[in-house]
Design a protein around this ligand. Structure first.
Ligand SMILES: [Zn+2]
Length: 81
């Protein structure tokens, strides 16, 4: 099986004449089915990536909040009160 990019190019060549907006903007292998222009596989893959990224971002923010609380609680030791 050719590499994914080569397959995508072959598919695009077969579909010559169809608007580019009909193809998945992420993989170029399948028909776009969502508003963003992704195929069903890429639609869920992107949602999963975004969800994981948001979870990591929330953990990051929570750690900064913990640091801020610690910093406020120890301001007198740091000479900042
Ligand atoms: Zn796709």
């Amino acid at each position: 099986m050719p590499p994914r990019r080569a397959r995508g190019e072959a598919v695009r060549a077969e579909r010559a004449g169809r608007p580019v907006s009909d193809w998945c903007i992420r993989c170029g292998d399948s028909d776009a089915v969502d508003e963003e222009g992704c195929c069903i596989h890429c639609h869920w893959a992107v949602l999963t990536e975004v969800s994981r990224g948001l979870q990591r971002f929330l953990v990051y923010l929570a750690r900064w909040a913990e640091f801020r609380d610690w910093e406020l609680a120890h301001a007198h030791q740091l000479g900042q009160d």
